[in-house]
Design a protein around this ligand. Structure first.
Ligand code: C2E
Ligand code: MG
Ligand code: MG
Ligand code: MG
Length: 284
């Protein structure tokens, strides 16, 4: 505890930390009732095939509208839900909503659902997924589960078994936010991933930062040599889209192509842009 001159400052920070902790506790409490009170919803963001400009599928993104505080982003409330264990219910809810939604689509597009490390530790997670698939009558091959490398930090042997069991249902496993966090290339060798998503923080930098461009090029190349399609997240500008498309990235996701929305939008690239691309790429 600080004394003397620094004391006022220390008290100020203590107070601010108390306030943050209090809000977190309060949100954690509110979150437990959010499902029952209909405060949660799912937004769908399209994933676009880079070559054709067509929608290949959607990612389900959880949304919470708090009755007093308004919109709270998942980056804020997911960690709180993970800490309190509420993520187990939230995760089950999103999975069910997303699969039911996808089962209603006219086209057999894929639906990607983010899965928390906490859910991955549930002994019955695979059964939960199998149940949802059969209840919603969604073919397992249409479901993608997005996990981050944090999942792989726990009991690696158990995770490996679980991934194989999920894939036996036809479900695809996607490595999300690749290149951040605990990235280790050996994870790509040791675990049966079906797709890699390059984190949006790299995409944001590729136009102006040679190093970011090199990293993205390397990840896409790595994906090719491992036979794994690569998605670029966070594509916001035409210049970014061109750079990753020329590097043969498989799918694109980002505000340029379509924002997360309550209704899956049928965003596609204008045909003339796709033609321009293929002319350019064929020349290359
Ligand atoms: P994520 O899975 O990497 O999802 C991508 C995030 O980037 C989403 O943020 C999306 O709205 C945002 N995004 C998409 N395109 C662009 C773009 O062009 N520019 C920028 N700046 N951002 C873009 P969101 O919806 O706020 O979600 C944040 C994170 O929260 C997700 O990152 C995911 O890790 C987590 N999350 C969201 N929904 C769920 C869920 O249902 N379960 C779990 N466990 N986590 C979730
Ligand atoms: Mg994701
Ligand atoms: Mg991501
Ligand atoms: Mg991310």
């Amino acid at each position: 505890r600080a004394k003397g001159a620094g004391r006022g400052t220390a008290c100020f920070f203590d107070a601010a930390m108390d306030e943050t902790a209090r809000i977190r506790r309060e949100l954690g409490h509110d979150l437990r009732r959010a499902i029952l009170r209909n405060e949660l919803s799912v937004a769908y963001q399209p994933l676009i095939a880079a070559r054709t400009g067509q929608v290949a599928g959607y990612e389900a993104l959880l949304r919470w509208i708090h009755p007093e505080r308004g919109v709270i982003g998942p980056a804020t409330f997911i960690p709180i839900a993970e800490e309190s264990g509420t993520i187990v219910d939230l995760g089950a809810w999103v999975l069910e909503q997303a699969c039911a939604e996808a089962a209603r689509w006219a086209e057999p597009l894929t639906i990607a659902v983010n899965v928390s490390p906490v859910q991955f530790q549930l002994p019955n997670f695979c059964e939960q997924v199998a149940d949802v698939l059969s209840r919603t009558k969604l073919d397992g091959t249409r479901l993608e589960l997005e996990i981050t490398e944090a999942v792989l930090m726990r009991d690696r042997e158990a995770v490996l078994v679980l991934l194989h069991r999920l894939r036996a249902l036809g479900v695809r496993i996607v490595m999300d936010d690749f290149g951040t966090g605990y990235s280790s290339l050996s994870n790509l060798q040791s675990f049966p991933f079906d797709k890699i998503k390059i984190d949006g923080s790299f995409t944001a930098a590729i136009e102006h930062d040679e190093a970011a461009r090199s990293i993205v090029r390397a990840i896409i190349g790595l994906g090719h040599s491992l036979n794994l399609p690569v998605v670029t997240e966070g594509v916001e500008t035409e210049a970014q889209r061109l750079i990753v498309t020329e590097q043969n990235c498989s799918q694109l996701q980002g505000f340029l192509l379509g924002k997360p929305g309550a209704e899956p939008s049928s965003a596609v690239l204008p045909a003339e842009i796709v033609q321009l691309d293929s002319a350019r790429l064929n020349r290359a």
